[in-house]
Ligand binder design. Structure first.
Ligand SMILES: NC(=O)C1=CN([C@@H]2O[C@H](COP(=O)(O)OP(=O)(O)OC[C@H]3O[C@@H](n4cnc5c(N)ncnc54)[C@H](OP(=O)(O)O)[C@@H]3O)[C@@H](O)[C@H]2O)C=CC1
Ligand SMILES: O=C1CO[C@H](CO)[C@@H](O)[C@@H]1O
Length: 318
């Protein structure tokens, strides 16, 4: 059966379903069932990362669904990300091979540099000194990118991209890239709608993926009193007009802007709800209104890496 999810076409001709499933914070014990449920519902795009610590369990679910004959490998778009401790060029292919083994696949559809800044290599994923301060590495993401390009040439990944790169970092990368990134995956929701970064990427044929599109209410550092996107009275009112939930409006908002969107859930009802966004359309007035809610409200600020020369949010506006 043809999927009802529209696709975004990359400059290189590959296509990605505009709606995918996020897996950060999905516990190993619950992510296998969540991915199986998602596939049954119709999701054909899964967003993974080595640092999420659950790729093996995601892989189990995909293998089960392939063995059941529900999907073939080529029906599902799989993204993963190179973690900050593997930026040194000689570590890139081994890191990818670990991810491929965990996901039980021979290739990825998309591999991203997770962050532009690197951490001390080859040990803990969060290498900290005795004071708990993360230890940096000064590997240049441009050198990491050259190793990413080799993965495409070797047929191990179809497309490569970036995540959490700011506009200047993108342009610096493009100066040397032989293979351009297809995507920049960044935090994006009405409180941080990334209008300028989106335009910057679009002008360079780079698609945008919105992470934390629901405001990441389960992010580990959320504090009582923090703004709650899903509870925003203005969005609730809009949702009510369409007989939809706030989450559905947040997802639909990105789809109507042409932004790829990857809400996370491990709950079957919410997985279904987040997928039921193709039977209504926001009016352009409502989209324009939602556009006005931007307050530069970043929820994933990467404070642990402040002071790193490649920190993406410290010195540049977007
Ligand atoms: N590249 C990067 O640096 C980053 C990438 N990401 C990617 O983006 C994905 C999504 O972002 P994430 O930060 O997880 O946050 P989201 O904005 O997707 O929010 C997820 C939270 O919302 C809840 N939720 C899901 N659907 C609904 C609903 N319909 N109604 C009410 N609550 C709901 C989930 O709970 P429950 O599971 O119980 O349903 C969970 O607590 C990540 O999982 C990851 O794949 C995220 C952050 C950084
Ligand atoms: O994708 C992400 C979520 O988890 C990571 C580790 O905590 C974050 O750094 C990253 O942005």
């Amino acid at each position: 059966m043809a999927s009802k999810v529209p696709k975004v076409r990359f400059y290189n001709g590959y296509e990605i379903p505009i709606l995918g499933l996020g897996t950060w914070k999905s516990k190993p014990g619950e992510v296998t069932q969540a991915v199986k449920d998602a596939i049954d519902i119709g999701y054909r795009h899964i967003d993974c990362a080595h640092v999420y610590g659950n790729e093996r369990e995601v892989g189990e679910a995909l293998t089960t669904k392939i063995n059941e004959g529900i999907i073939k490998r080529e029906d599902v778009f799989i993204t993963s990300k190179l973690w900050n401790t593997f930026h040194r060029p000689d570590l890139v292919e081994p890191a990818l091979r670990t991810t491929l083994a965990n996901l039980q696949t021979t290739y990825l559809d998309l591999y991203l540099i997770h962050w532009p800044h690197a951490y001390k290599e080859d040990g803990e994923m969060f290498p900290a000194d005795e004071n708990g301060k993360i230890q940096f590495s000064d590997v240049d993401y441009v050198d990491t990118w050259k190793a990413m390009e080799q993965l495409v040439n070797a047929g191990l990944v179809r497309s490569i991209g970036i995540s959490n790169f700011n506009a200047k970092q993108i342009d610096r990368l493009l100066e040397v890239a032989k293979i351009k990134p297809v995507v920049n995956q960044v935090e994006c929701h009405p409180y941080l709608n990334q209008r300028r970064l989106f335009a910057h990427c679009k002008a360079r044929d780079i698609a945008l993926t919105a992470y934390s599109p629901l405001g990441s209410p389960d992010r580990p550092w959320a504090k009582p009193g923090d703004p709650q996107l899903l509870e925003d009275a203005r969005l609730k009112e809009i949702a009510g007009k369409y007989g939809k939930t706030t989450a559905q409006v947040l997802i639909r908002y990105q789809i109507e802007r042409g932004v790829i969107v990857i809400p996370k859930s491990v709950n079957r009802d919410r997985l279904q709800q987040n997928f039921d966004v193709f039977d209504f359309a926001l009016t352009s007035d409502d989209v324009s209104y939602i556009d006005t809610l931007d307050v530069n409200g970043r929820l994933i600020p990467m404070t642990a890496a402040l002071g790193h020369k490649y920190h993406p949010f410290e010195n540049d506006e977007f």
